[in-house]
Design a protein around this ligand. Structure first.
Ligand code: HEM
Length: 520
């Protein structure tokens, strides 16, 4: 008996050693990919350990990888994770998203990890299921709505932000989490625009339960992409850490929020109310099978549009103010442009504000430069349906997962030149003073091609109006001693928020002086 066990043990060891010799830099049974620079890993497990080690700063880990291998396309193999080929080459990105977009879909791994939170909603859908959602939603993103309705809502919510938060913080010389305020602003604005619900997050102390659960659910969803055994891990975590809310508890909270939104609307419709927003369009629409949408489908629509409308813009605004606080030269130049274009009367006049904002070159340049450094979707993935050859000659096989990395791309000197890491909005302005747009392949902050962000003009308008309003009225200063970094998630939130001190620009005393007397 003992000798049988010994034979089995020796055989197993010999097999593992042999496999380790063959697969000495990659996951077991993974083939090498000729012609693609490869990040070498450990025998048998490939890059899995290093991925786990650097998970919480994955975007910088990838940036270091691309810089070290000195190439715009690379691959790595990791045990349990399908083969991924990553690129930051603008020509390849353009090819994947535009020229040959039909070959690249949201893959099965993406789909299953996202399913719990996003269901069959637009971010997780392919083919006809995606098409009907895109078409239905497109109808509300028109100039008339932008000019007449959206700007009004943004101004109203900014007024609440001013009265309930920033003016109070100024007066009471408190510190406030700017990131949290931006999330409340975009949540209130989008829930009202899209679904006709007044959530009043800006008037609520602390985090709204829906928002807290939604953030955690998104973080867990991202972690599923780098954890091949996530179903087991999530179950084990909830067993051993019962005091921590589990993924299913977070999902319950977001689920009931989304279902309440549609239920409320059904009651309103029965009472004879007429609505013409995103929700009403989807309630009247037919899905890809020709049926009216059921409650599950409507739940997915609501949640997909909340992530689209709330998170991305709140994050972009937060990173914008972080950059402004770190670059006083840019802030000064932006304030000059704002004061040149926008009078105090314009601030409350939607039509005038909308028209004037469109012509503010430097404000746009600041926003684009922020999205180059901090793209709200920092990393993205698709799945190749068929073999393909990218413009740089990379051979893609049917079934490969491909990645493009806007965070890495924006900071790459090979893509943006030697000053890539500098925050310099001037790069977006031509010598004639016109706004310069780079190709979508070079700057895919809003994606590109048929699946380009549907809300890019809405987001830009919302962000610019908020920037104008806030920069004109307040001077923000970073609370010292805090770490500002990103949270690894599907989008790019700030991991610990961003604490700021606030002064009104129209006051002739500085609150910061007195603040420091109390907090030396
Ligand atoms: C700064 C703000 C924003 C940024 C940077 C941004 C960026 C993006 C990106 C990168 C995608 C592609 C995601 C993917 O499928 O992989 C996307 C898709 C989308 N975005 Fe935005 N977005 C922003 C704001 C908004 C807003 C305010 C809305 C309003 C509803 C919106 C609606 C959408 C929709 C519906 C899609 C899916 C398009 C499709 O698959 O056909 N976005 N966005």
């Amino acid at each position: 008996m003992a000798s049988t066990a010994k034979y089995i043990g020796t055989g197993a060891l010999a097999t593992i050693s042999l496999l380790a010799c063959i697969y000495n830099d990659r996951a077991v049974f993974d083939e090498t990919r000729k012609g693609i620079k490869t990040q070498a890993g450990w025998p048998l497990v490939g890059n899995l350990p290093i991925l786990m080690e650097y998970l919480m700063r994955i975007h910088d880990f990838l940036l270091e990888g691309f810089t070290r291998l000195d190439d715009l396309t690379l691959t790595m193999s990791a045990l349990g994770i399908p083969r991924h080929i990553g690129t930051i080459d603008p020509r390849n990105v353009e090819h994947i998203l535009k020229t040959n977009f039909e070959n690249y879909i949201k893959g099965p791994e993406f789909h299953s990890g996202m399913l719990d939170l996003f269901g069959g909603g637009i971010f997780n859908a392919n083919g006809e299921e995606w098409k009907y959602q895109r078409k239905t939603a497109s109808a509300i993103f028109n100039v008339k709505n932008f000019r007449d309705q959206f700007t009004d809502v943004f101004i109203k919510e900014l007024g609440i932000m001013q009265d309930k938060i920033f003016d109070v913080v100024c007066q009471e010389q408190q510190v406030v989490d700017f990131h949290d305020v931006m999330f409340k602003f975009t949540l209130d604005s989008f829930i009202e625009l899209g679904f006709g619900v007044e959530l009043n997050a800006l008037s609520t102390k602390g985090k709204v339960p829906f928002a807290a659960a939604f953030d955690e659910a998104q973080k867990n969803t991202f972690l599923r992409f780098v954890n091949p055994i996530w179903p087991a891990t999530e179950r084990i975590l909830s067993f051993f850490m019962p005091w921590k809310s589990s993924m299913s508890e977070h999902l319950e909270v977001v689920d009931s929020f989304a279902r309440n939104v549609t239920e409320k609307r059904r009651v309103q419709i029965e009472a004879g109310e007429v609505h013409k927003d995103l929700l009403s369009r989807f309630m009247d629409a037919r899905n890809h099978k020709g049926n009216l949408l059921n409650n599950d489908e409507l739940r997915d629509i609501v949640l997909n549009f909340v992530i689209a409308g709330r998170d991305t813009t709140a994050q972009a605004l937060s990173w914008t103010f972080y950059m402004l606080m770190c670059h006083p030269r840019v802030e000064k130049k932006l304030l000059k442009e704002i004061n040149q274009y926008i009078s105090d009367d314009d601030i409350n006049d939607s039509a005038s504000l909308y028209e004037k904002t469109k012509n503010m070159t430097y404000a746009h340049a600041v926003f684009y430069e922020v999205l180059r450094h901090y793209p709200s979707v920092p990393l993205n993935q698709k799945y190749a349906l068929n073999d393909d050859v990218w413009p740089d000659g990379t051979y893609i096989k049917k079934g490969d997962y491909i990645l493009w990395c806007p965070y890495v791309q924006g900071r790459s000197e090979k893509v943006w030149g030697p000053d890539a890491k500098q925050f310099r909005p001037e790069r977006w302005v031509t010598p004639e003073g016109e706004l310069k747009r780079e190709s979508q392949g070079q700057w895919p902050a809003f994606h590109a091609g048929p699946r380009v962000c549907l809300g890019q003009h809405l987001a830009t308008l919302e962000a610019l109006i908020a920037i104008i309003f806030l920069v004109k009225r307040y001077k923000f200063t970073l609370m010292p001693g805090q770490e500002i970094t990103y949270q690894v998630s599907l989008t790019l939130p700030m991991r610990y928020g961003m604490k700021v001190m606030v002064e009104r620009r129209d006051k002739d005393y500085t609150i910061l002086d007195s603040f420091w007397k109390f907090n030396p």
